[in-house]
Design a protein around this ligand. Sequence first.
Ligand SMILES: NC(=O)c1ccc[n+]([C@@H]2O[C@H](COP(=O)([O-])OP(=O)(O)OC[C@H]3O[C@@H](n4cnc5c(N)ncnc54)[C@H](OP(=O)(O)O)[C@@H]3O)[C@@H](O)[C@H]2O)c1
Length: 244
Amino acid sequence: MDLRGKVALVTGAGRRVGRAIALALADRGASIAVHYRSSRAEAEELVEEIAHRGPRAQACYADLESVTQIDAMVAAVIEKFGAIDVLVNSASVFYRKPLDQITERDWDANLNTNLKAPFFLSRAAGLAMRGRGAGKIVNIGDWAGIRPYNNYLPYTVSKTGILGLTRALAKALAPEVQVNCVALGPVLAPPDYGPDEIARLVGGTLTRKMGSPEDVARAVLFFCEGTDFATGATLVLDGGRLLK
Ligand SMILES: NC(=O)c1ccc[n+]([C@@H]2O[C@H](COP(=O)([O-])OP(=O)(O)OC[C@H]3O[C@@H](n4cnc5c(N)ncnc54)[C@H](OP(=O)(O)O)[C@@H]3O)[C@@H](O)[C@H]2O)c1
């Protein structure tokens, strides 16, 4: 897909990995719907940055635990830009909880945000893409969806689900829409990680270094503009973490 003049919705785009993906798509000429929940100032700053580079952009609020808000946001993006050609599901929750302390709320927060929301976003945007004859959905997963982390059970289950969702949606939305996944290793440490925790992340890779949000953005671009032949695929972008 030639991204020039297309419209991309990126969730969790105000900060960190989502921001890098949004900027990369904008640099290829796409207009960007910058989704945020709490990072409003950062989302608005990014909208200005994208507009400065040329493409149109708008900040879009939704709490992704609400399907009503998801549907309203997708409708608002289509109203504003006339279409959605690309959806990147990057927003997620990620926090440690030992098994015996996991509450129903922890389960719901992880599964709602990381799995249910990508489904309802993909259905709303994907049906609109199919109506126009083409579209791309890229889900951001985690290598831990294949081999679970300790002490992050609801998160890893949600990321296992994303792998299945990617394949199921690829079938449901074929042939017009291609749906793929990038399963990440460490690309950006949580803000509260200190040097020891970062050293542990690095030590867990074969590459002996972290990836970067820009690595992720390049993988997303590959699935959007590099090929129309991949669908239902997962690219493990993890510095060899799965093999260690
Ligand atoms: N960073 C890594 O090294 C790494 C490794 C493996 C996988 N991943 C995956 O890569 C993706 C991006 O990673 P990241 O580190 O950039 O993520 P992050 O900083 O943990 O979260 C991204 C954004 O998700 C949004 N979000 C969370 N709950 C939400 C909700 N209920 N409604 C709406 N938005 C919500 C937040 O937006 P607001 O700030 O606007 O509230 C947050 O800024 C995630 O899917 C993550 O699982 C990342």
